[in-house]
Design a protein around this ligand. Structure first.
Ligand code: GDP
Ligand code: MG
Length: 297
């Protein structure tokens, strides 16, 4: 079913207490403007983030993102609540000068840490609103043959602050063999330039074979190639999210068309807990240590 996100299976990952309270998760998107960031987050959680705006032509109803915007959606599945916050960023490329184009994004992440740090040292420590960014999807254009200098700089600026998950955007522009080549190239370059992207944790040896197979497949598919769409089309007698071309339909949730489902499963079903742990144990701890250092020096 396409309106089923799947986080209700999360109890397997975490303890009962958080199940009752519900989960918080904050996801950010970043990268050049026009690569489909707003469209993808819209497709990911099946909510029209921009629904208060007047609908134009369906293809155009996502306006250009001109400032950092935060949307929160409450989703509930099988009695499990998820408060999902999506931070949409304007993206670079519109300005003449792109130097330090990551600055608004890193500033935003730091500001959330700062807020958390202040709350944590305050009186009301039990009920802190956690707005820290748990994951940043970084969009890489499909038209290049690898990383551009700006992609390298951008991801490097983010890597010690947030879990960076690189994505190949608009994957419908590439053939399967082109996608394969680009993925290999990107993996090599990420390695070569020492970019620290989010590392999927090693699989526990006591997991069953099916789990191990899926885990291996997930790791081999990175960086995920994704397609977004805000339109529902008819394919094989079903209404699905897709893009209609004169030669056929590209289906967002069809695993043989792109890695969209893998990405969503990873974020919501299998790795949300790990993304949150790393945010608080590594990225936030780094920030905190720096704060304390400057306070005492
Ligand atoms: P943003 O600036 O990164 O937020 O990009 P938008 O989401 O506003 O999308 C920019 C344009 O790209 C819109 O016309 C979208 O319809 C189109 N678009 C979005 N996702 C895809 C995709 O996966 N494939 C293709 N071919 N076009 C897309
Ligand atoms: Mg946008």
């Amino acid at each position: 079913r396409s309106d089923y996100v799947g986080f209700a299976t999360l109890p397997n990952q975490v303890h009962r207490k958080s199940v009752k309270k519900g989960f918080d998760f904050t996801l950010m998107v970043a990268g050049e403007s026009g690569l489909g960031k707003s469209t993808l987050v819209n497709s990911l959680f099946l909510t029209d983030l921009h629904k208060d705006r007047k609908l134009l032509n369906a293809e155009e109803r996502i306006n250009q993102t001109v400032e950092i915007t935060k949307h929160t959606v409450d989703i509930e599945e099988k009695g499990v609540k998820l408060k999902l916050t999506i931070v949409d960023t304007p993206g670079f490329g519109d300005a003449v000068n792109n130097s330090e184009c990551w600055k608004p994004v890193t500033d935003y992440i730091d500001l959330q840490f700062e807020q958390y740090f202040r709350d944590e040292s305050g009186l009301n420590r039990k009920n802190i609103q956690d707005n820290r960014v748990h994951c940043c999807l970084y969009f890489i254009p499909p038209f290049e043959h690898g990383l551009r200098p700006v992609d390298i700089e951008f991801m490097k600026a983010l890597q010690d602050k947030v879990n960076v998950v690189p994505l190949i955007s608009k994957a419908d522009c590439l053939t399967p063999s082109e996608i394969k080549k680009l993925k290999e190239r990107l993996r090599e370059e990420i390695d070569k330039y020492g970019i620290k992207i989010y590392q999927f944790p090693d699989c526990d040896s006591d997991e069953d074979e099916e789990f191990k197979r899926q885990d291996k497949e997930l790791k081999e598919s990175s960086p995920f190639a994704v397609i977004g769409s805000n339109t529902v089309v008819e394919a094989r007698g079903q209404r699905v999210r897709g893009r209609l071309y004169p030669w056929g339909i590209v289906e967002v949730e069809n695993p043989s068309h792109c890695d969209f489902v893998k990405l969503r499963t990873m974020l919501i079903r299998t790795h949300m807990h790990d993304l949150k742990d790393i945010t608080s144990d590594c990225h936030y701890e780094n920030y905190r240590a720096q704060c304390i250092q400057t306070m005492t020096s």
